[in-house]
Design a protein around this ligand. Sequence first.
Ligand code: RNT
Ligand code: ZN
Length: 418
Amino acid sequence: MTTQERFESAKEIYAGIGVDAQAAIEQLVRIPISMHCWQGDDLIGFDGAGSLSGGIQTTGNYPGKARTPDELMADMDKVLSFVAGKHKLNLHASYAIFENGEHVDRDAIEPKHFAKWVEFAKERGMGIDFNPTVFSHDMLRDNLSLSHPDQEVRDFWIRHCQACIRISEYFATELGQPCVMNIWIPDGYKDIPADRTAPRARMKDSLDQILSIPYDKEKVLVSLESKVFGIGVESYTVGSSEFTVNYAMQKGILPLMDNGHYHPTEMVSDKIPSLLLFFDQIALHVTRPVRWDSDHVVLFDDEIREIAKEIVRNDALDRVKIGLDFFDASINRVSAWTVGMRNFQKALLYALLTPNKDLAKLQDENRLTEVMMLQEELKTYPFGDVWDYFCESNGVLIRENWYREVAEYEKEVLSKRG
Ligand code: RNT
Ligand code: ZN
């Protein structure tokens, strides 16, 4: 049977439960996922940082990491060739591209240092999202930045984040689509602090100053990411969940939830509908924590499917800004990236192929036996036939076929990098 024939058969089966598979794939191809640049080079960037700090860590030493903008761009193109649809590029400020021997510190970066990225995105019809890089730098002192007691330290990072707003606005103007600018700050303490309030008050004031510069709020969507702990920052984080969600609400910016940033039994899928009742727009970092915020590659697992379902069944595809955030250096990075991108698309497709309204009706009628029965039966519906057709009809390789090209790329390109 051809992929198309399998799709036709699957379409009929889904139609039996009132699901339009054709409409689902047409919708899926229009959902942008923000592809994080940092899977390609273990979050090292090009501004000379050298190693990671701020309580985050990459583990593994698989050969072939991108060392230059050209290498990173080539690797991204490989990944994009295996993923249907138009997506966004998610850049960190540390990926500034300096030319002709120029080098400026993080608080002095300008749009011109990202002109090459704009060119890359334009050629591929992509938008760009952005992130201040408030780690891997010597002005992160005592693991504190925007909340540091020393004003000089705070001012440096305030200037950096303000510069990032200007660069984000440049991206949005050049590319004709809004730029989500996410602020994540690693600030916190390893051990029990003597004062939990003052750092948060300083952080609040620093953020107020960052947001006080004029910028176009339609073009730059500032988000603030919370976190519960980091390596060496186990006891207290300044940007806790309550801090960030309340701050975002008060200032009219977006809260960003990273599903690696909560206690192990807390589920981001459950938090999405609550935030959607109070915020027009929210942002996500989709990742996979294994025992800690380890940023493993996103799998097609239960929680990822639940996250996608909450976006789809709340009709919130325009309101939830989806970004990926994982970095695994222990396996082929191009493969890791591709697996994660394809998996989140699969999760979205799975959600689009779910009779969400009918299930909700059953719940309201207290027919919970049927809710469980149907949700379980759906798991063995011919999902793969629809997925394959989605890939094939959008010109990307189906099933594991794409991996052959990755293996070839590893042999011809990645293995030759020093
Ligand atoms: C760290 C946060 C943050 C970073 C990226 C690189 O725990 O998740 O989002 O991973 O900004
Ligand atoms: Zn994150």
